[in-house]
Write a new protein. Sequence first.
Length: 239
Amino acid sequence: MDTVRGIIRGWQLRFNVQHWFRHEGGVGNIQPTGNMSDVVEGLLHACRDEDLASLDAMESFGNGYDRVSVDVDTGQVTQKAFAYTGLPEFLNDDCLPSRRYLNIIIKGAEIAGLSKPYIDRLREQKVHEPDEYPEFQYPADNGHMYDEQTLAMHPQLTALAGAVFDMRGARKQLDCLGSLFGGKDMTLFHLKRLDTSDGTETLEDVRRGNLSAPAKKYLNAYLHEYAREFRYAGRYQSR
């Protein structure tokens, strides 16, 4: 079977992997406790060898997470499997998950049919309370203008909600973002990760301001965090 429910015993779910951007709080991690009454519930997926590299990239292997072998109890057999655990330099036990992130985890747990007590514990999890950000002000000196073609020629640049940022000189923990964000407009990437997204948002919606209040707030927070981590480099206009 390609996918089955499974339990990892003697491990605990934590949210202590520090997200790249402050307003996102902490993201999921599993850690061994040595107490076999501690469990992590989830889904065990079959993965072809040729797809492992893609999975590593999606799970930030080497840039936040390590890949380890764990024993998964499916109720029928105990299966060896890979799981991703936070690298020590990315761990911060003061972190809490954002409401957005926790809502997605809970929804996934419900769809997967995980146990009610496990889902109830997720619902009781405290969440990160991000800063309130003022409306982002684009610099009066707008710098260079970029479109999809010219932005793609500059892998050190990334765009968000009409602003372009230079990622060079950011802190080392963000080095991996170059391959993910470089030369691209990340606006829809972020919008469609919002727990309230229905996946239909378009760049035209962004230009016209046809977004929900949570979506506008989320993009505004990211604009502030991009400006904090990167250097403002100009404006972006999609075709």
